[in-house]
Design a protein around this ligand. Structure first.
Ligand code: DP6
Length: 318
């Protein structure tokens, strides 16, 4: 049995934790779930205790294993048998493509399937989110809003992928794993960036703006809020001590290319997460032009395009 989940791209970003132990985000976020990039996970729980084993795309992976084991414990209990976990992705992992989001969303569903326990989607989203904040959103498809209070998160779809079929062009500018994971980078930002508190304070405004833009299918408004929110998050990163800079030359060249397309009135905007990849979000009419333009930028290593897709689900493995 395999569970599949797709990465999600935040347009209003999660950056900062209000509770590090419970991994509660300091801010709400709003994302779109992709369609054609995926992680598939299978979990087999053996009867006997022992060390868990994880393979990612066929290779043993010790780095992700502690978080994976902890996530399985949350569902199957700490006194469970050893787990054999297989993970497969059709895109590079650990390079700012939200691979942990799709991985933990798929892992939670695969673990439930292997234990034959059941849970509703929100319960699964809360478990996934307690391991990796952005993973909570990949349980759902389309446009997803995550809100948070002092106790827990709430996650809900606010529009379906078919309601507003945006396209996302993911431009890969580096395939090596990132130098600092987002969790550590956020903690550093909260402790050292002079802009962190205003980032947190202003987030409800951006969430309201993006939510309204989705409700009204107002692309220009979504573009304005998303780019502003992304640049504010990176400002917190850049002004952390020591600074956290994920961009490279090609990231900036891609931003420039998007700006040039916007000058020609192409309906497109960019967003960038904790990595050097740029994601261009556009209306379907602009997809080919955006893709062709970004494919011609110096220094890019790969390009993927995707529509918006559904949440985590059980799939036949081919
Ligand atoms: C920049 O979900 O990877 O992609 O909860 O520490 O695992 P942890 O963080 P993670 O952070 C994602 C940060 C982001 C923005 C976003 O997806 O909202």
């Amino acid at each position: 049995m395999w569970a599949q989940a797709q990465p999600n791209i935040a347009l209003v970003k999660y950056w900062g934790k209000s509770d590090i132990v419970r991994n509660l985000p300091a801010v709400g976020s709003l994302s779109i779930t992709l369609e054609s990039l995926y992680t598939r996970m299978s979990v087999e729980l053996l009867d006997d205790p022992g060390a868990d084993e994880l393979t990612v795309n066929g290779e043993a992976n010790a780095e992700m294993l502690p978080r994976v084991s902890r996530c399985i414990d949350l569902i199957a209990g700490g006194d469970r048998g050893a787990a054999r976990i297989q993970s497969e992705t059709n895109f590079p992992v650990a390079a700012g493509l939200a691979s942990s989001a799709s991985a933990f969303a798929a892992l939670v569903l695969a673990t439930y399937e292997s234990t034959e326990k059941t849970a509703n989607t929100l319960t699964m989203a809360r478990i996934a989110g307690s391991v990796s904040g952005s993973a909570a959103r990949s349980l759902y498809g389309g446009f997803v809003e995550l809100s948070v209070d002092s106790e827990t998160i709430d996650v809900r779809p606010i529009a379906d992928s078919d309601d507003w079929p945006l396209k996302v062009i993911v431009v890969v500018t580096e395939t090596a794993p990132k130098h600092l994971n987002s969790g550590e980078a956020m903690i550093r930002g909260a402790e050292t960036s002079p802009f962190y508190s205003s980032w947190v304070e202003r987030q409800p405004e951006d969430l309201a703006g993006a939510r309204a833009a989705v409700e009204n299918r107002d692309f220009e408004q979504l573009a304005a809020v998303s780019e502003h929110n992304c640049l504010k998050m990176h400002t917190v990163m850049w002004t952390s001590r020591p600074p956290v800079v994920y961009w490279n030359k090609a990231t900036l060249a891609c931003m420039d290319a998007v700006r040039e397309l916007q000058k020609k009135s192409e309906p497109v905007f960019f967003t960038i997460d904790a990595g050097p990849q740029l994601k261009a979000v556009c209306l379907p009419s602009a997809e080919e032009t955006v893709k062709d333009t970004l494919a011609g930028v110096d220094g890019i290593l790969g390009i993927y395009s995707s529509g918006l897709g559904s949440g985590a689900r059980v799939v036949e493995h081919s």
